[in-house]
Each structure stands twice: as structure tokens, then as C-alpha cells.
Design a protein around this ligand. Structure first.
Ligand SMILES: [Cu+2]
Length: 292
């Protein structure tokens, strides 16, 4: 089949529009705190640290793009202008002070421009502010045990099977939904201490910008301050054995009132508290109101 230029152009345009629509559609359907089909970016931030991680990621992307295009332009210039045919008598120049100073100084400036925000981000992640709530997450083969030592709360969180998910409306995301989520108050500093009961696991929640190893015999620490209500999902991020892929993490961010009620509910050993997945979506309502 032969196509005219106009036909080909229209067909190409059609493909492009379809591609953009596909990507935009995938992103539009992205739900806060979990991955989405066709997602090519980082998950939307729910903590100040993650906002800064995304900023830094974009900053690096700009720098890398500009450097790559610049080097490509240099290469093309060299190939076209200085090949043996178009440049039969090569120059015998060996030094050029200006160029040498520039190619030393400019990379140094670029590295400083990367190092300063990079260190700022690292210190922000490592310096744990005074914590409002401390949670200890223990990685087991293959689930997580969560403890709130100050409130004498401890429970184990296990992934929901497809059958269990089917009974819940709306169903929690596949391979991410759990029977008991972590419950934390919004806009409070949560210190997470991690350790492993058997092998090394890793506690990671992308929307919070945290990922920290859970190592047997050691207590690692990180922190997050969720500024938006909702349910946020993560996974064990250290190969820990055959069911490594099936020990997800679910964190439910609720307002202070709901958090206090939840603590009392769990301490009273009731079995309908809001860490359950069927209760998981409720507090996601009124998201805007709790933002500060
Ligand atoms: Cu693990």
C-alpha cells in the first residue's frame, strides 16, 4: 500500500495523539499513594521530603538533558566539520588556555549545583525531627509486624489474597492491600524504626519518599510527615526469599480524632477498627480539608 505524504502525516499525527492520550489517561487515573498503569513518573508526593525528592529528580533531569544535547552537538560538529575530506590540513594547536579553564570550571560549577541540593536533601532525610508517633516495623518472612511502643499496640499485617480482595468494595489494589494497615495521624512527625526478625527486608513507601533496610539485630530509623489524608502503599524492597513480592505495606493517614479513636479501638481489642481494608477508603474523604 502506498501512502501520500499527507496521508502519512495524518497517520503519524493520529499515533501521536493516541500516545499522548494514553499517557495522559494513565496519569489521570493515577490514584494517590499507589502505582498506576502506564506510569512513567515518580508517585505523587504526600510528604515534604518526597516533594523535595521530586524537585531534585527534575533538576537532575534538566542538567543531564542539557549536557547530553551539548555533547551531541559537539560530536555532530566534529563529524561534519573536521573529517578528513572537509578538513584536509589539520590544525596543530595543542593548548588553548580559555577552553581549558572553561572545561575545568564549568563541570565544577555543575557539580556544586548538584551537590548543594543533594546534601540538603540527605540531611533533611537523616535528621529526624522530634517525633509525635514512633512505629516499629519488623520484617518477617513474609509479612510485617507493626508496634506502637508508646501505646502498647502491636499487630501483624498480611497481604490480602485475591479472594479476600473480591469481598471488599472498593477492592484494595492487587498485591498491595493488607488485612491491617498502619494508621498514622496527618501532619505529624512519624518516626519509623525498622528491624528484621529473620533476614534483611526493606521498608519502603514511595509517596513518602522513604526506603530503609530492616536488618536483624539492628534498629534503623527514618521518618515521614504525611500532609495528605489517604491510603499509601509500599512494598518490601530487599530480596528476602520466596514471598518477597507478597509482603506489602499499607499506611492509612487519618485526622487526629480518627487516630485517637483507632488507638482506643485497637487497645480494646475490637475487630472493626479503621486499620481494616473495608474501612480503608472512608477517611480519604475530605482530603482537602485536612491539608495545611
Ligand atoms: Cu521482605
Amino acid at each position: 500500500m502506498k501512502m501520500s505524504k499527507g496521508q502519512m502525516g495524518r497517520r503519524l499525527l493520529g499515533f501521536m495523539v493516541a500516545g499522548v492520550a494514553l499517557v495522559a489517561g494513565g496519569v489521570a487515573s493515577a490514584e494517590l499513594g499507589q502505582p498506576a498503569p502506564w506510569e512513567y513518573k515518580l508517585q505523587e508526593a504526600a510528604t515534604p521530603v518526597m516533594e523535595n525528592i521530586i524537585w531534585f529528580h527534575n533538576w537532575l533531569l534538566w542538567i543531564i538533558t542539557i549536557i547530553t544535547l551539548f555533547v551531541l552537538a559537539l560530536l555532530i560538529t566534529v563529524v561534519i566539520k573536521f573529517n578528513a575530506r572537509s578538513n584536509p590540513v589539520p590544525s596543530r594547536t595543542t593548548h588553548n588556555t580559555l577552553v581549558e579553564v572553561a572545561w575545568t570550571l564549568i563541570p565544577v560549577l555543575i557539580l556544586v549545583g548538584i551537590a548543594v541540593p543533594s546534601f540538603r536533601l540527605l540531611f533533611e532525610e537523616l535528621d529526624i525531627p522530634k517525633a509525635d508517633v514512633t512505629i516499629k516495623a519488623t520484617g518477617n518472612q513474609w509479612n510485617w509486624t507493626y508496634a506502637y511502643p508508646d501505646d502498647k499496640i502491636e499487630y501483624t499485617s498480611i497481604m490480602l489474597s485475591d479472594e479476600d480482595r473480591a469481598k471488599i468494595n472498593p477492592a484494595p489494589p492487587r498485591l498491595l492491600g493488607v488485612d491491617h494497615a498502619i494508621v498514622v495521624p496527618v501532619n505529624k512527625v512519624i518516626r519509623v524504626q525498622t528491624t528484621g526478625a529473620d533476614v534483611i527486608h526493606s521498608f519502603a513507601v514511595p509517596a513518602f519518599g522513604i526506603k530503609i533496610d530492616a536488618i536483624p539485630g539492628r534498629l534503623n530509623e527514618t521518618w515521614f510527615k504525611a500532609t495528605r489524608l489517604g491510603v499509601y502503599y509500599g512494598q518490601c524492597s530487599e530480596l528476602c526469599g520466596k514471598d518477597h513480592a507478597f509482603m506489602p505495606i499499607a499506611v492509612k493517614v487519618v485526622n487526629d480524632q480518627d487516630y485517637d479513636n483507632w488507638k482506643k479501638c485497637v487497645q480494646a481489642n475490637k475487630d472493626d477498627c479503621i486499620d481494616l481494608p473495608q474501612k480503608a477508603k472512608q477517611s480519604a474523604k475530605g482530603d482537602g480539608a485536612a491539608k495545611s
